[in-house]
Design a protein around this ligand. Structure first.
Ligand code: ADP
Length: 322
C-alpha cells in the first residue's frame, strides 16, 4: 500500500476537521494508508507523523479548528530543517502530502517539492478568502455565518439602545468578509481596503435618515482599512450625533461548528486532492471558480495578487450611492 499524509499549516479554519475525516475515508477507499502530520510544518520537522484510522476521525465532523493542530514554522524556512522533514517522511515511506493552508504554506511546500520531490496538493484554507486563483477558500462560509450571527445579536442591542455600532471583521488586507457581511446583514455602512471612502459623503444622508426615523446604524469595517474602528465610532458621535460603540469580532470568526457548505466543500476538495495526486499531478493547488474545480500551479496561486470580485464590489457601490 502507498502512503499519503495530511497537514494543516498557518491559520486554522472550520472545515479542516471535515476535510481530515474525509481524507482518512477516501485514502482508505483508494487503498492508500493515511497519515496525520500533527502541528503543521513544525510536526514534519519534529517527526509528529502518525498513521491514522477511522477511529481517529470519529466525532470531529462538527468541530471547528483542526484535530491534528496547525502552526507557523520559522524553522521550515531553513533548508536544514526541511532536510530533516524529508528524512522523517522517508522513514515512514510518505511521498505525497495534502496541505490545508494559505499561499504562504503553498510557497513553502513548493520549495520543499523542488528540493526533495515530495508531491503535494494544496487546498486553499483561510477565512480571509484572499488567495489568488480561487473564488472560495475552505472555512469562509462558516466564518461568514459566525459574523452574521454576531451582527444579528449586535443589532438587538443597537436598536434597543439607539446606537451606531462599528463592527470590525478580520481579513487582513482583504475586505471580502466585511463586504459580504455588510451586504447580507443590510448594514448602512461598509468600509474595506479595496475601496477609498470619504466619511463626509455620508453625513447628509445619515442625518436625513435619523430625521426620518432611523434609530440605529450598523457599520461593518474590515480590519485592513487605514482608520481605526474607534475613529469611525467617534465620527458617528461627532458628525452624525448618535451614540456609538465598537465591537471587534476577532478570533470568534475562525471557529465554530462547520456549516453544511464548508463540510461539503471539504469533502469535494479532499476527493480531488487525492485523485490529483494519484493522477500524477505532483504539485498543484485545487481552486474553485464558477461552480467548478480545477488544478492550478503554484505560480497561478501563490505568486499572484488576490483581487476582490468586481461584481461584489459593484453591489457595495449600490449601497453607497443610496
Ligand atoms: P498561510 O499559509 O496562511 O499564508 P504563512 O504565510 O504564515 O501562512 O505560511 C505558513 C508557513 O508556511 C510558514 O510558517 C512557513 O513554515 C511556511 N512558509 C511560508 N513561506 C515559506 C518559504 N518561502 N519557505 C519555506 N517555508 C515557507
Amino acid at each position: 500500500m502507498k502512503n499519503i499524509a495530511i497537514v494543516c499549516s498557518g491559520g486554522d479554519v472550520s472545515g479542516m476537521n471535515p476535510a481530515i475525516k474525509h481524507f482518512v475515508e477516501y485514502a482508505l477507499k483508494n487503498s492508500l494508508t493515511p497519515y496525520f502530520v500533527y502541528d503543521g510544518y513544525e510536526g514534519l520537522i519534529d517527526n509528529k507523523i502518525k498513521k491514522a484510522s477511522y477511529c481517529d476521525v470519529a466525532s470531529i465532523i462538527n468541530k471547528g479548528g483542526t484535530k491534528i493542530g496547525s502552526s507557523r514554522s520559522k524553522r521550515f524556512m531553513q533548508k536544514e530543517y526541511r532536510a530533516l522533514a524529508k528524512q522523517n517522511l522517508d522513514a515512514v515511506g510518505i511521498d505525497m502530502l495534502i496541505v490545508l493552508g494559505g499561499d504562504g504554506s503553498f510557497r513553502g511546500m513548493d520549495i520543499f517539492y523542488k528540493e526533495h520531490g515530495i508531491k503535494f496538493c494544496g487546498i486553499p484554507s483561510t477565512i480571509d478568502n484572499d488567495i489568488a486563483g480561487t473564488s472560495y477558500c475552505l472555512g469562509v462560509d462558516t466564518s461568514l455565518n459566525v459574523i452574521k450571527n454576531a451582527i444579528d445579536a449586535i443589532r438587538d442591542t443597537a436598536s434597543s439602545f439607539k446606537r451606531a455600532f462599528v463592527i470590525e471583521t478580520m481579513g487582513r488586507e482583504c475586505g471580502y468578509l466585511a463586504l459580504v457581511s455588510a451586504l447580507t446583514s443590510g448594514a448602512e455602512l461598509c468600509l474595506i481596503p479595496e475601496m477609498s471612502y470619504d466619511l463626509q459623503a455620508y453625513e447628509e444622508s445619515f442625518k436625513k435618515q435619523i430625521e426620518e426615523g432611523r434609530e440605529y446604524f450598523l457599520a461593518i469595517v474590515a480590519e485592513g482599512i487605514k482608520e481605526d474602528s474607534h475613529s469611525i465610532a467617534e465620527w458617528f458621535e461627532k458628525s452624525i450625533g448618535i451614540e456609538s460603540r465598537v465591537s471587534v469580532l476577532g478570533y470568534i470568526q475562525r471557529g465554530g461548528n462547520p456549516t453544511v457548505y464548508d463540510r461539503l466543500m471539504a469533502y469535494k476538495f479532499i476527493s480531488r486532492a487525492i485523485d490529483g495526486l494519484l493522477d500524477n499531478r505532483d504539485e498543484s493547488v485545487i481552486c474553485f471558480n464558477d461552480g467548478g474545480f480545477s488544478y492550478k500551479s503554484i505560480h497561478e496561486v501563490a505568486e499572484q495578487k488576490y483581487t476582490l470580485d468586481k461584481a461584489l464590489l459593484n453591489h457595495l457601490k449600490d449601497i453607497r450611492d443610496v
